[in-house]
Design a protein around this ligand. Structure first.
Ligand SMILES: NC(=O)c1ccc[n+]([C@@H]2O[C@H](COP(=O)([O-])OP(=O)(O)OC[C@H]3O[C@@H](n4cnc5c(N)ncnc54)[C@H](OP(=O)(O)O)[C@@H]3O)[C@@H](O)[C@H]2O)c1
Length: 265
């Protein structure tokens, strides 16, 4: 088991990729805290884990509120004694709109949840990881946020892409700060992952660009070497590896789980 007896916080564990991460981590032996706003959906994740004999806790948390994050981390320590792993998975798709038409409120909300919320979760778990001199943080980024290789530009998606580019910068900066405390920080960048979120993103992109939904979907698949979208489990397994001692020599890195994307979607 990759994560035997580790205590892991997974933000956004109420659905989608975050739920898969929580379930895979529990199957790998971790005690899991899932944090998001919708308590009923968080509880469904906890039930799925406990039905299989695992241990999990749901903590209602809005990442836009630092006090709630502090409370969530405190409850993790109270319940399980320590925190070994943080997976910063919560994130919203943000608006599909040109920069010229961007509403500041929507821009700020996307950055607040996707990037600032992740930074604050890291800040509060580090208070417990640094004295123990161990820990792993895995940030869930996106291929839309990859920079420096000419692949990050996607029309109408600036707020999301900037928030996810920020996750890579956060990963790299933080890894240099906490390495001497034996804490590792890495990022998984996913391309389009099969599920409700990506269907909605492509619907909005279709409305904004006039290109049909079907054309966008088939173009996406053509641009991936494996000719398919990523499975949620594939992101979860990459996160489990980076969170585990099997990745003990890896920090400050970005691991694409992209089915071999060669053109940005
Ligand atoms: N789906 C893809 O194709 C894809 C590709 C690349 C990267 N990603 C990234 O992978 C992560 C998960 O994506 P997904 O597809 O699973 O999305 P999703 O199904 O929309 O789930 C998003 C999660 O974020 C939580 N969340 C949203 N706002 C929050 C807030 N203010 N405070 C706390 N939690 C909040 C949601 O829970 P509540 O609403 O209950 O708060 C939910 O659990 C995201 O960071 C996303 O950007 C996804």
């Amino acid at each position: 088991m990759l994560l035997k007896d580790k205590v892991a916080i997974v933000t956004g564990g109420s659905q989608g990729i975050g739920r898969r991460i929580a379930i895979v981590f529990a199957a790998e032996g971790a005690k899991v805290v899932v944090a998001a706003r919708n308590l009923a959906r968080l509880q469904e994740t906890v039930d799925a884990i406990t039905e299989k004999g695992g241990r999990a806790l749901a903590v209602q948390t809005d990442l836009c509120d630092e006090k709630q994050i502090e409370h969530m981390v405190a409850l993790t320590i109270k319940t399980f004694g320590v925190v070994d792993v943080l997976v910063n998975n919560s994130g919203v798709a943000g608006p599909t709109v040109s920069v010229a038409d961007t509403d500041l409120g929507q821009w700020n909300e996307t950055l607040a949840i996707n990037l600032t919320g992740s930074m604050l979760c890291a800040k509060h778990v580090l208070k417990h990881m640094i004295p123990r001199k161990c820990g792993a943080i895995v940030n869930i980024g996106s291929e839309r946020g990859r920079t420096g290789d000419g692949k990050s530009g996607s029309p109408m998606r600036a707020s999301y892409a900037c928030s996810k580019a920020g996750m890579i910068a956060l990963t790299e900066c933080l890894s240099t700060e906490v390495g001497t405390h034996n804490i590792r920080v890495n990022c998984v960048t996913a391309a389009a992952v099969r599920g409700e979120r990506i269907v909605n993103v492509f619907k909005h992109q279709s409305e904004a660009t006039g290109v049909s939904f079907e054309e966008l979907m088939s173009k996406m698949v053509e641009d991936y070497s494996l000719r398919r979208a990523v499975e949620p489990d594939e992101v979860a397994r990459a996160a489990a590896f980076l969170a585990s001692d099997a990745a003990s020599g890896i920090t400050g890195q970005t691991l694409p789980v992209s089915c071999g994307i060669h053109v940005i979607f």
